[in-house]
Every structure is written in structure tokens, then in C-alpha cells.
Design a protein around this ligand. Structure first.
Ligand code: DGY
Length: 328
């Protein structure tokens, strides 16, 4: 069985696939055009898919009828039309858990960086602007005992909440599709409506899966309701926030600061006005960028492909319903 991997991943994943007797193909250049990418996909049985540049939609599936399974090298699957995959019984593997620690670390890092204006101050030092001690300049805020609001309390959200609880004894409120009993029990997290989340969070951090209904959910009308001291953190997907509205909220003092590991589009343009603001810290989508998480993702994605090649269910699958459908 053939596996197309569109970018080099940690060696362990490739090694596992080869050990399992699979025929691995890597492209000659990693920056493929859509047409080049399609050509590789037309000539493979399975894809170990890195990045979200291209969509797996009706057009793709029709153009690549030989593809029988896709293992994403990500937990997010917003670039896959799951309905179209289901219609063709194509399992879509993903990589939850192994990146939860690393991604929640980045949310925690952004929260602190914004609270203490770390990236602004670092930039000042680099530019030779380390001035005399000033009791009033660029003051940050402390997080002790403040309220963390989590939008989407799953695995990553839980870890962010746990860190904030342990480090700063923060109160945890959350809004989710389902109640998270573990978080309520272990972190004393309180389920609230979306409106309460927005109004009562000192730090609001997004950890939900992105779906089309979420597009621009955090917009002017939401920022309006937030506290002027609130910090907005997005490590999930850039589509969650309306960028111009976020910029306005920051410059008009409707919220205090923002930390983003994701933008829309990615990469963010270097002249983006958000980059000028002292109240902002922006990272280039590095949530899972640790040796440990990336190795874990390579192993899990390879395991997903290997399981499929043996006719077994993938270990982690964004559309497990296709298996229930088969066995019924
Ligand atoms: C994920 O795993 O979804 C990360 O955001 C990388 O795309």
C-alpha cells in the first residue's frame, strides 16, 4: 500500500511506516502547488497529511478516487469536509492528546506574555530602548485569583485550565457543547452561557474545534461585552476572531490585550497593523512545535495509517462514525 507524505516529519514516523512494509513517497519539493499536490494524491492509496494549505473537499475526492484513507498530522480537521469523506467511507485520522500539553503551554505563555507586555518590552530592548526605571511605564497586570474563561473545554482546554489553576489559583468558567464533569470535579470549573463567558472572563482562551459556524464568532459585538482588562487568547484557529474588530477593540481600549498563535490568513502579513500594538503577542502557529509533541504526532499518524493498512480501525479518527456504519 502506498503512503504519500507531503512534508518530512520526524524520522520515527517514516521508519514505522517502512517497517510495516508500506511504500512511502515524499515530494521532491515541499512547497507544492495545488496541481502538483493533486498529482501526488492521485497516485497513492493513503495520505499522511501535513498542514492545512489544501482542503479535502468534494473537488479533491473526485479528483483523487484512489485515496482510501487520510491520516492528518494535526488534531484540527477543519480543512476536511467530513461529510464528503463519510460518503466515501474514507477514515480521517487525527492526532489529539499528544499535543495537548505543548499547545496549552503556548496558550499559557501567550497569556503571561500579554499580561506582562513581554514581547513589547523585548522589542524595546532589541531596539536600544531600555530606558531609565519608570514607575509608570508599560505596566502589566497580575493574574492571581482572576477568572479564566475557556471556550471549548476539551483536552487542550483542560490542560490550560489546570495550569492556570495551579499557577495563579484562577477561577475557571467555561462554555462548551457538553458539560465537562472532570473539569467541574477536579478544577471546580463552572459551566456558563456564552454571554456569561464573554462578560466575566479576565482571560478568555479558545480551545474548540473550528467549524464553519464559528467563523468570526469573536467579533465587535463580543469584544464590546468584554472587560476592558480582559486578555483574549487564540491558539485554536484564526477563523474564530474577526481581525479588524479585534484591532479596533484593542486600540479603543475595549479589551486589554491579545495573544494569538493563529491568524487568518496564515502566515500573517508583516505589515499587519496588529503587529504594531504593544498589547499584542503573536506567534507563528507553534502550538505543537516541540520535539516531544511532533514525535508523538508522527507516531500516532503512522499508527493510524498502519492500522488502516491492516484493515483495522484507526487509533484516532475524526469520523469514527464510518466504522459504526460498517459494522451495522
Ligand atoms: C493542530 O494540530 O490542529 C495544529 O493546529 C496544527 O495544525
Amino acid at each position: 500500500m502506498k503512503v504519500f507524505i507531503n512534508k518530512r516529519i520526524p524520522e520515527i514516523g517514516i521508519h514505522m511506516l517502512e517497517e510495516a512494509g508500506l511504500q512511502v513517497a515524499l515530494p521532491e519539493s515541499e512547497n507544492l502547488t495545488y496541481e502538483e499536490w493533486l498529482r501526488y494524491c492521485q497516485n497513492t492509496d493513503t495520505i499522511l497529511s501535513i498542514g492545512t494549505d489544501f482542503r479535502y473537499d468534494k473537488e479533491f475526492f473526485e479528483a483523487c478516487p484512489n485515496v482510501k484513507a487520510i491520516a492528518l498530522y494535526s488534531v484540527g480537521f477543519d480543512h476536511v469536509d467530513i461529510k464528503e469523506a463519510n460518503q466515501r467511507n474514507i477514515p480521517i485520522g487525527n492526532t489529539p492528546d499528544v499535543l495537548s500539553r505543548a499547545t496549552s503551554d503556548v496558550a499559557f505563555l501567550l497569556m503571561q506574555s500579554v499580561a506582562r507586555r513581554a514581547s513589547y518590552n523585548f522589542q524595546k530592548v532589541k531596539e536600544g530602548g531600555w530606558d531609565a526605571f519608570d514607575p509608570l511605564h508599560a505596566l502589566g497586570q497580575e493574574l492571581y485569583g482572576k477568572t479564566l474563561g475557556i471556550f471549548g473545554l476539551g483536552r487542550i482546554g483542560f490542560q490550560m485550565a489546570e495550569k492556570c489553576k495551579k499557577a495563579f489559583d484562577m477561577e475557571i468558567i467555561y462554555h462548551n457543547r457538553h458539560r465537562n464533569e472532570e473539569a467541574e470535579r477536579e478544577l471546580k470549573a463552572t459551566y456558563v452561557s456564552f454571554d456569561e463567558l464573554v462578560r466575566n472572563s479576565d482571560v478568555l482562551s479558545i480551545h474548540a474545534n473550528f467549524t464553519p459556524e464559528h467563523k468570526d464568532l469573536f467579533n465587535e459585538s463580543v469584544f464590546e461585552k468584554m472587560s476592558p482588562n480582559a486578555i483574549f487568547i487564540n491558539t485554536a484557529r484564526g477563523g474564530f476572531h474577526q481581525e479588524q474588530d479585534l484591532y479596533n477593540a484593542l486600540t479603543e481600549g475595549k479589551i486589554w490585550g491579545a495573544g494569538l498563535d493563529v491568524t487568518n490568513p496564515e502566515p500573517m502579513a508583516e505589515d499587519n497593523p496588529l503587529l504594531e500594538l504593544s498589547s499584542v503577542c503573536i506567534l507563528p502557529h507553534i502550538g505543537s512545535a516541540t520535539v516531544e509533541a511532533r514525535n508523538g504526532m508522527a507516531i500516532l499518524a503512522a499508527e493510524n495509517i498502519i492500522a488502516f493498512s491492516k484493515g483495522e480501525e484507526m487509533l484516532n479518527c475524526a469520523n469514527p462514525e464510518i466504522y459504526y456504519h460498517h459494522s451495522s
